[in-house]
Design a protein around this ligand. Structure first.
Ligand SMILES: [Zn+2]
Length: 462
């Protein structure tokens, strides 16, 4: 359709200043545009004549009429070759769904892509019918996520900065549900560790990163390209405080963090500046995740975690596929460790906080065996001496740690030193397999005994 032209009409859409656009083509998908119904009908008639000349038939029933903006009074149906073209409020053009009757034209696109991503997620986890429920290794699940789910969640993000929280939430929900299911964590678990333990960016940060990449691409285009001219027009609109794509990008960046700002002088912005901004988005995402980890009571085991380097030193990494996710192959053992980091384990410190109406105060969530100390995972694992089965298992663990790492875990530990030793074993790459098995076994054992709730707590709750 390279030779397809339409007679100029003064009411043709002025998509870019001084450039009137009456038609768009992508392969054989065409759009005719006009700000005036009479003008648009003339374009349709011209297109029909041109189609007859080149033996290309336009179908009225395969075409759609849409009105963006106020609907004119007494609007008559448009016709193509004498056949009426149906009006629609929502239609998909080259993969992007537009809704003409909503303030956000892309609202249906978010909905459609969330549905597609949800369907892809279900397809990925359908593999569990063959390998067993909760048996999909997270590393493989991550590959499936990138290949099959993420592509829907980011589709079209370059042209629609996320200024609509309700629409964006549809995508966030799918991403969170996938990661929770991959890690076998409950549907209402805390959010930050979903990303820090798997190494995935929250979708709102990932989408804006790609949007900034698109801005870099636009800046590098030759000046005679329409997309470059449209960007320059957008810059003028930002300075005139008019809504446009670039204005939305500014708002979306600001919504994530006030630190994220487009260059002050948009007319002279350079690719390098946008590249820096893109890196800053990733940094802001990590800062947000870190602050959540530090703030949440459920994630206290993850605070100030360091990852080992090959040269024996340690470094802080906010997001990565963690050692236990990769190294612990037994799904039950791996889940036992994941549950600790998400505060979803069987010990009273977490469980007694879930009571809906009147959760028991933290310092009163006492150990079900010794009834003296707060029942934390580290107390159960390394400190409590009141249960013989646990003590025997712990002695086996101490032996194995002594044989493997030459570490001597003391028998009598204070609350603080038990936390120190617990984290030391948990974050050791060589001991994680042993530790995961141990935590699984004591979790199963402790869950068999009823939690201790003091009589006054029961009275107080009534
Ligand atoms: Zn105890």
């Amino acid at each position: 359709m390279a030779d397809f032209t339409l007679p100029d009409n003064p009411k043709d859409a002025l998509l870019i200043p001084n450039v009137r656009v009456s038609h768009l083509e992508h392969a054989d998908d065409s759009v005719l545009l006009c700000k005036d119904p009479v003008g648009l009908q003339k374009h349709l008639d011209s297109a029909w004549v041109w189609g007859g000349d080149v033996r290309l038939q336009f179908h009225a029933l395969k075409s759609v009429g849409m009105v963006f903006g106020p609907i004119p009074n007494n609007l008559q149906p448009f016709t193509l070759g004498g056949a009426s073209i149906p009006f629609k409020q929502s239609h998909c053009y080259i993969g992007v769904v537009f809704r003409s009757t909503s303030r956000n034209y892309f609202v249906d696109h978010y909905k459609k892509k969330a549905e597609s991503a949800r369907f892809a997620s279900r397809q990925v986890f359908s593999i569990e019918s063959m390998i067993g429920a909760k048996r999909l290794p997270p590393k493989i699940g991550c590959t499936f996520y990138t290949a099959l789910v993420d592509c829907h969640l980011i589709h079209g993000c370059e042209i629609m900065p996320d200024v609509d929280n309700v629409a964006l939430y549809k995508l966030q929900k799918v991403q969170r549900a996938f990661l929770r299911r991959l890690l076998c964590i409950g549907f209402n678990s805390v959010l930050a560790p979903l990303f820090t333990e798997i190494g995935v960016l929250p979708i709102e940060y990932r989408r804006i990163t790609l949007c900034l990449r698109y801005l870099e691409y636009l800046l590098e285009l030759p000046e005679n390209r329409f997309a470059y001219m449209a960007l320059q027009a957008n810059i003028d609109m930002v300075y005139a405080s008019q809504p446009c794509w670039l204005q939305d990008l500014r708002l979306a960046l600001n919504k994530l963090s006030p630190q994220l700002q487009l260059p002050r002088n948009l007319r002279s912005m350079q690719v390098g500046e946008i590249d820096e901004l893109r890196k800053q988005v990733s940094k802001v995402a990590d800062e947000y995740l870190n602050s959540e980890i530090q703030k949440l009571s459920q994630t206290y085991l993850l605070c100030n975690r360091l990852e080992p380097l090959e040269d024996g030193k340690f470094t802080r990494k906010t997001r990565m596929l963690r050692h236990y996710v990769v190294l612990v192959e037994n799904a039950d053992y791996r889940r036992a460790i994941t549950a600790l980091f998400f505060g979803r384990h069987v010990f009273a410190i977490a469980r007694l906080g879930w009571m809906k109406d009147n959760p028991i105060q933290r310092e009163r969530r006492l150990c079900r065996f010794c009834k003296v100390v707060i029942e934390t995972p580290e107390h159960a694992a390394l400190q409590c001496q009141a249960d013989l089965y646990t003590v025997n298992l712990r002695n086996n663990l101490r032996e194995a740690v002594r044989a493997g790492n030459k570490w001597e875990i003391p028998i009598n530990l204070t609350n603080q030193s038990s936390l120190y030793w617990f984290k030391k074993i948990l974050f050791n790459w060589d001991l994680i397999g042993l530790c995961a098995k141990y935590m699984y076994e004591i979790s199963v054992h402790w869950a068999k005994t009823k939690m201790f709730i003091a009589a006054e707590e029961i009275t107080g709750n009534q």
